[in-house]
Each structure stands twice: as C-alpha cells, then as structure tokens.
Design a protein. Sequence first.
Length: 483
Amino acid sequence: MGRVTHETLDRQATRIVVVGGGPGGYEAALVARRLGGDVTVVERQGMGGAAVLTDVVPSKTLIATADWMTIAERAADLGIRLPVDTAKAQHPAMRRHIVDLDAVNTRVMALAAAQSADIRARLEREGVRVVTGTGRLDGPSRVVVEGGGGAGADVTLDADVILLALGSTPRTLPTAQPDGERILTWTQLYHLTELPERLIVVGSGVTGAEFAGAYNALGSDVVLVSSRDRVLPGEDADAAELLEGVFRSRGMTVMSRSRAESAVRTADGVEVTLSDGRVITGSHVLLAVGSIPSTHGIGLEEAGVRLAPSGHVEVDKVSRTSARGVYAAGDCTGILPLASVAAMQGRVAMSHALGDAVAPIKLRTVAANIFTAPEIATVGYSEEQLKAQSSKYVTTTLPLARNPRAKMLGMRDGFVKLFAHPEAGVVLGGVVVAPRASELIFPITLAVSHRLTVDDVASAFTVYPSLSGSIAEVARMLHHRED
C-alpha cells in the first residue's frame, strides 16, 4: 500500500484561506491542517499578529517587569534591607531599584519577535503555507494578497472556506492624534527609551488600568483620567474599588468623572484638556480609549459579509458570517476581546467547516484576567449579571490577608469571592483578586464549566499553606446544610 503524503492530501483537500495570523487565525490553521485541509495563512505583520507583536505578549512582558518592582517594595516587610549607604540616600529614587526602560523594551520586543518566529515555524512544520501581505476579499471564495508575490506582486488565492481573523487597532480621538513620541497608543509605548516622567493615561478600562499600574510601579508619576465613577467600570465593583485604593496608596493620581477632550504637544511635553476646562500637563500621554475592528476597505460587504454598525463582523455561535463559506474569529467579531476566545472561535469555525464534532462557545465559562497588581480574575456570572436577571444566589468573600501563605509572602491586598445557587449549591461564578490571580481562577473555572457545587470544591484537598486554600475555604463558607 502506498504512503499518503501531504502533497497527495493537498490535491484532494478543502482549500482553507485564513486572513490574519493572530490567535484566532493560527489556531484555526492548525486545526484545519490536522483535519486534512489545504491551509494558507495570510498575515501582513508577522505570525501571531498584533496579539503577539504589539499587544498581549509585549504588554504582559512589560507588566511582568513592573511586578518585580512591586514585589521589591514588600522586601522591607520581609526583613530584606538595602545596603546601608543606599538606604540612607537622600533622593527616594536612590533607595529603590532603577529601571532601564530601553533595556526593558528591547527585551519586550525580542520576546515578541521570538514568539512570532516560533508560531511561524510550528505552522510550517504542520504543512501550513504562510503568505506575507495584506489580504482582501474578491467575492466569498477568493482572497487577493496585496504584495504577497515576488517583487511585491499581488497573489490570488481561491478558497472553499475563508476565515477572517482581522483583529483590531487602537481607537484614537480626532483631537488627540498619536505621534509616536509624546502622544501614544499602547502599540507605540515600546519605542520609548526613557521612563516617562509624568504619564497621563486617558481611559480607565482594562488597558488603561494595566498600563497605569505598570508605569506607576516602574517609577513614573502617573495620572489616570477616568470618565466614569471608578476605574474598571465594567468589572466587579468590590475588585475595582480595591484596585483604585491600591493605585492611590502607591501615589497614582486617579481623576474620576473626568473626560478628556484633547491632547496636544507642548515644547517639552503634553497638555490634556478635560471637558470641564481643566488642563493637565505631563511628559507623555497614553490613549487607552478602546479599539476598532480592522474590517473596512478589504471587500467584506461586497462579498456579502454583514457588518454591525460598530464595524464588527456578525457571526453565529459557530463563527459563520452571512456569506456562505466565510467564517470570522477574534476581535473583529466583537464577541469578547480575549486571545483565548479568538483561538476558540477559530478552532470551532474550522471544526464546523470541515465536518468535525463541534459545540458552540459558552461565554459563561470564559475566564478573564486583568494584569494589574494585584491581578483581577473572573469567570462565570458576575454579581451585576445575576442581579440584572433576577437570579437567586448567595455569595461570600474571604480577604486574602487571612490566608497564611499570603501572610508569608507579604500579600495584603485581595480577596476570593464565589457566587452559588442557594439551594442547589452550584457554583455560578467567582472573582479572585490577588497576585497571580490568573493562575488561581482555574479551579473556579472548572467548577463553573462542569457545574460543580460548593461542596464539590470544598471537599477537594488543597496544599497547606497555599493561596488556593482560600478558594476551598470560601466554598466551605457557602455550604448549605440539609435539614
């Protein structure tokens, strides 16, 4: 019997063209290839897309560096002292570690490039073709790659199935145009060679809070401008209130109910004008006012792909668009702007397109994390959602400061909160506010995903001492005794 090669399979295989090499795109490509598809990925920046090159990987690497500065601040509480001559230095900056931002950003970008190269190498090992260039649709079954051929010529790719993983770009303001030097989006921060003396962060959502916290820890004087009553207006109220208190205690200026109208350069910095006429001066300003989907001008609507008024691609529960054979995944769909969700959307789309077993994504089981210090991780229903739908629930919160492991590590700020059904005891959702909350949320995610009860969680062994012990303890507090 002859051996079936990839070349033989490709002549018979479904032709898959993935436009965009971010998490939604490259994960979809891997699934499609394993299912026997003839797969081509079109990417203009580099494999991994913005998530790897300018967003998730760089930002979390920068934040990881800032975390070390936050940990160093607890050193004295643990009995660790700086040398006597350093400790007696008159200037406060000489009594702490010094950040070389140029070196930090060099490492950040090197890690992003290495991750991108790893993704490309993996795809090529699996037999996925990678075409570099900007893809646009020429109808629902053809992709034209601008500059994808030799000498910059266009390449035309016929497809049986197309996946759009187009991503998004930072939103800007007409009166605050980024220049890459003083007025910045989050993709431009990594070109800075010196720490901003006074950084004004416009926007207190996830991106604004993460970068404000990181630069504050690195040593910048940070002003956080929030148009809402508090930071992180879409998150658990107790978690947001705790984080805002931590920000203020670390010297950050948080300006609530303050809307930025414009930002302009001055001779040696920037001026941000608020809607009430106040003017804030700083050395740099970061615009963190959301993002817009990268969906316009590439032939989507002409190919029959319906867009929402916001510009997002409309998809169903298995990532199909309104055009037959065209799917979409990731930030361009507006479902949830998370790399994990984009990857799952891409995998589901290809499984559906190629006839494999598939189940729609259950957003209730998606775990999310905000990489501040402390981190905020959530999964399942939020308290606001439970109240809005008039659901019956009980909740208990346990402060992190009561945890013995937290005491040993000098951790004071944080808590674990669970929501459960009052009679059935099923875990409905949870919030963890703690260092490395992104790791601690997983057992609660399992509980939500598999409809475990609080007694199921409480009866599982945890290590003593451990931070995860607080999760079991909160579950025990919610035990409902049958009469």
